[in-house]
Write a protein that binds this ligand. Sequence first.
Ligand code: NOJ
Length: 542
Amino acid sequence: MIYQVYVRSFLDSTGDGIGDLAGVRAGLPYLKKLGVDGIWLSPFYPSPQHDHGYDVAGYCDVDPLFGDLAEFDLLTAAARRLGIRVLLDIVPNHCSDQHPWFRQALASAPGSRERGRFHFADGRGPDGSEPPNNWHSMFGGPAWSRVTEADGRPGQWYLHMFAPEQPDWNWRTPEVADEFDQVLRFWLDRGVDGFRIDVAAGLFKHPELPDSPDPEADARTRDSVNPLAWNQPEVHDVWRNWRAVCEEYTARDGRERLLVGEVSVPTARDHALYVRPAELHQAFFFDLLSAPWNADVFRKVIGEAMQDIAGTGSTVTWVLNNHDQVRTVTRYGEPTPEGSGLGAARARAAALLMLALPGAAYIYQGEELGLPEVVDLPDDVLTDPIFRRTGSRARIRDGCRVPLPWSGQASPFGFTSGAEGARPWLPQPDYFAEYVTERALADTRSFWHLYRDGLQLRSRLPQLGDGPLEWLDTPPGVLGFVRGAGPLRGDGLLRGDGLVCAVNFGTAPTPAPVSGTPLLASGPCPAGVLPGSTAAWWINDS
Ligand code: NOJ
């Protein structure tokens, strides 16, 4: 289980209201207690922060906002001592418009080697004032911006699948691949255990950059896929090369390295291609995250993943929350400022379900506290470029990025070590007082204890290791499966040693699939009954 640390919102050691690497180091004992195997650090590289670090101006350094390389080394050393692996977030699809190579490209002529590292193209129309094609940016608006040439006249356009401050690299230029090879080695030499790869189905675009047949569909959701801009076959060569680099380091010191890709592709079968043996070790399977709270949908997406990904011998990587998505407590419930009881109960049940599935699991900071999405941030504090580009709050991501509450009764809730009155970069609502870690640790009914207990069992019980999942015959609205039991007996009884996980998606109680008391449940769960919006684990002793 890997814990995603969104550095700017984890813990602030300097009192500027922004989390930093020293803050992450200070939080490691907390993460150890929770039982994480590793952490993924969101980007901390030099960046103008137009997309909170996903606009990288230099790939081999630390932005002073977050610390420096010496602090980074202290963090990795401390993590190593605690047995926590460290994954960095690497952003190969695009950089920042402040990256020196993009600055050079702007200062160079059309057709130059410097421009060839990006996608520069002449505009359409008599005066070149129309973008070179009709692609949309994932953050709204056109995927192209026009530059002013050295002579002061409007000139070529450059491609940015995200914000204009994030020009896309041209991976058809070998220099780009070589540069990233060096970046990987820089961090591997510094001892990191691997990388979370941003937009791992990106990088290559259709070589002709043709118009999209359905640009409106491409733009409809953030995770929609323009088939000309994503999932091009050439990208798999990159992952084979990166895997080879990782293996080279493992061969040297015996330590495993991990590549996990952010892969948004149309089907589980497309997905499976990214986790073939010589490519990425893991790729986030987002279909579970996008599934509504519905037993049939959950069963379908889990079934597809088991068949099309696990069935090919690869690992499925489950995730319910991250820094781009509305938090589960709110997503599964009512969008009230405080979240809702129902949303919280469902989020707890979903967590137990995820932890019982075969494969890897990622949790996003605050998920272990049951934090709701902050849905009522005022417009003037929003920082998401999606808000700036679309003018709409519909897809904004600030609400899941509000700094963590650690202690006390009022903001900054121990998040910042600054003097009284230090302000976190996004305002924390008063109701965060209920979610502070110090309270969660003290209350055995908290989300934190559920995650901690689930993780402990997951690492102790052989049934929850790799291996298949057998579906149980359950009533409508209930999902149930057995892990580690081998084939079910013909008479419908379960083998004695399986771990049974069942989730009741409805609100009314249903008979439990196993008679005894559960080993762990997401809510009160008497023997023989599975209450509504509840998940439970039993060792089947029949
Ligand atoms: C995916 C990241 O998770 C998201 O936060 C970012 O805005 C885009 N990629 C662009 O880098």
